[in-house]
Design a protein around this ligand. Structure first.
Ligand code: LLP
Length: 402
């Protein structure tokens, strides 16, 4: 038997033998992404949310193949930099299905963004720098979301969105700019949100705001943030509850305020790709209670940034277990992946797999300690393909001009 048995809520259906083969063939650490799981999750969110426009937040995981899958499944794309936009365009996503975000868009970002479907405006300054665009105004909803403080981007006192005063000024500017079409309002309450009620509250507030503005607002974008379970003791966000309660709250509030119900938009990132991803490591040393692997905070910054914890597995059978702390190779005390039970004979060369690593892992990786970033290997029905090759020391030196 495996230690412990894989929790089907955390793992995509990728065979352990295939994972071991990937580790042996492509080396470790390696990110694995299951195309089928990404596509199923795209379909599910579109099915459950019916007429809602679903925009994939590409910051969660962006590479040509993944963006192509998501696009083929009918989702729009959210990008927040010229770089993400370049990858989206390279993936063949048409401009009209791209929504451009960012609280500090640079002149270069805005130049590149010319022609995209929507620009989500985050400051009055930005309006001076854009022309001929359909815009959404991002407002700060002032909601304390039920998540880690670093992820509560919609709370008062955050840098994102327009406050009451700036919103008024932005509307004044827009009145004198017929080339800028105000199509909607946007808010993002945060990420890794657990409760539907937080969105209901945001939705009610946004409809009340639309009523106060007294002008036609066709689109209401409630952002992303649907939480996922990283370990067996956590639960996934209730998407069905969202579909039911949030759309009902919007209909109700619109009727009450006598405003036309807007097209609802959501921007999930994590909930599309997190569970489609697995990271493979090899054990490098055992020094009880520590078991060290050949990756860590360079390929997974989340424990160090948010105190995140994972539920890894050893990819082989084993005897009696002992409690260990899985640590990475980087020179920092916070470089910890999780606590788990591993067979007592765990030894260098063993392959460890960490589930729920599809979102904000590849995209949040760094070269700290000049460690090369891992490859991203796509899996589809038992076949594999390298989607992004592993970095080499040559890559590390390429930009270093001496
Ligand atoms: N829309 C906007 C405007 C956002 O800022 C974000 C995420 C999303 C959508 C997608 O949120 P999601 O559905 O993925 O939760 N690095 C952190 C997450 C940062 C999220 C930033 N914004 C982490 O690893 O937990």
């Amino acid at each position: 038997s495996l230690h412990p048995a894989p929790d089907p809520r955390l793992w995509p259906s990728v065979d352990d033998r295939l994972l071991r083969w990937i580790a042996a063939t492509f080396g470790t650490p390696t990110y694995v992404i299951d195309e089928n799981e990404v596509r199923l999750r795209c379909r599910r969110v579109r099915e459950v949310l019916g007429g809602v426009r679903v925009v994939y937040a590409s910051k969660a995981l962006s590479c040509k193949a993944v963006l192509r899958w998501v696009h083929e499944e009918g989702l729009w794309l959210d990008v927040c930099s010229a770089g993400e936009l370049a990858v989206a365009r390279a993936a063949g996503v048409p401009d009209e299905k791209i929504l451009f975000h960012g609280n500090a868009k640079t002149p270069e970002d805005l130049k590149a963004a010319h022609g995209v479907g929507r620009i989500v405006v985050d400051s009055v300054d930005e309006l001076e720098r854009i022309a001929d665009a359909k815009v959404l105004l991002r407002v700060l909803p002032g909601i304390a979301a039920d998540t880690h403080p670093a992820l509560a981007t919609g709370d008062t006192g955050q840098k994102f969105g327009l406050g009451e005063h700036d919103l008024g000024r932005a509307l004044e500017v827009l009145d004198g700019r017929p080339d800028l079409e105000l199509v909607g309002l946007h808010c993002h309450i945060g990420s890794q949100i657990r409760h539907v009620a937080t969105y209901e509250q945001a939705a009610r507030r946004m409809v009340a705001l639309i009523a106060r503005l007294g002008r036609p607002i066709r689109e209401l974008d409630l952002g992303g943030g649907f939480g996922v379970a990283y370990t067996s003791s956590e639960t996934d966000f209730d998407l069905v509850g969202f579909a039911d309660r949030v759309t009902r709250a919007i209909r109700y509030e619109c009727a009450r305020h006598r405003v036309e119900p807007p097209q609802l938009i959501v921007e999930p990132g994590r909930s599309i790709v997190a569970k489609a991803g697995i990271t493979l490591y090899r054990v490098t040393s055992v020094k009880h209670p520590f078991v060290a692997v050949d990756g860590g905070m360079g390929d997974n910054a989340r424990p160090a940034l948010y105190g995140a914890r994972y539920q890894p597995r050893l990819l082989r059978d084993g005897g009696p277990t002992t409690r260990v702390t899985l640590v990475g190779r980087h020179c920092e005390a916070g470089d910890v992946i999780g606590d788990l039970d591993l067979p007592r004979d765990v030894h260098p060369g063993d392959v460890i797999a960490v589930p729920v690593t599809g979102a904000y892992h590849h995209s949040l990786a760094s070269n700290y300690n000049q460690v090369c970033r891992p490859a991203l290997v796509g899996v589809w029905d038992g076949t594999t393909r390298v989607l992004v090759r592993a970095e080499t020391e040559e890559d590390l030196l390429r930009r270093d001009l001496g």
